[in-house]
Design a protein around this ligand. Sequence first.
Ligand SMILES: *Cc1c(COP(=O)(O)O)cnc(C)c1O
Length: 194
Amino acid sequence: MSLIAVSKFHSTAAIETVISAGQTHFGENRVQEAADKFPALRKTNAEIKLHLIGPLQTNKVRDAVQLFDVIETVDRPKLAEALAREMDRVDHRPNLLIQVNTGEEPQKAGVLPVDVDSFVELCRTSLGLPVIGLMCIPPVDDEAAMHFGLLADMARRHALTTLSMGMSADFETAIRLGATHVRVGSAIFGDRPS
Ligand SMILES: *Cc1c(COP(=O)(O)O)cnc(C)c1O
C-alpha cells in the first residue's frame, strides 16, 4: 500500500517537511502547479514519485508526460491517443491509471462504468499504453465503500493491479476494499490555503 501525499496548494517548504518525514509519493491536480514546484524538489530528492490526480487537457500532455511518474486521470479516447503519440515521440512512459466516474456524475471526469471495458481495451491493445490500474473519486454524499467495491471489481476483471482510491475522509475504508494507493491531502498537510 502506497500513501500519496496530495500537496496541491501547499508550498515547497511544506512539501519539504513531509519529504523529511520519509514521504516519497506526491499528488498534484494541476500540471502547471506541479511544474512550478517539483523540478526543484526533485533535484535534491531523486526518490520522489509524482502523480497527476486532476483532469488533463490534451494541450498539457507534453508537459505531463515529462513531469509525472504516474498519470491517474486518463478518461477519454482523445487524451489516450495524445498520450500514446507523445510517449512514442519522447520514449518516456509514465504509468497510467484510468479514472472511472463510478457515481456517473455529469460534472465529474472519468469513464462511465459501462464504457470501462472498451476503454481499457482501446488503451492497452490498440494504443499499447502502460495502463496499470484504475482510480475513482466517489460522490461526496454517497457511501464510498460501494464505489470502492465497484472499482475493485472492474480492476479484477481486467487483471489491473493498481487501485487508487480513498482520501482523508475515507482512506481506511478504501484500504479495507483493496486500495493499493490512497490519496491523502488535508490529513497530512492540514487545511489547504485558499
Ligand atoms: C485534493 C484531492 C485529494 C485529497 O483530498 P483530501 O480530502 O484533502 O485528502 C485526493 N484525490 C484527489 C483527486 C484530489 O483532488
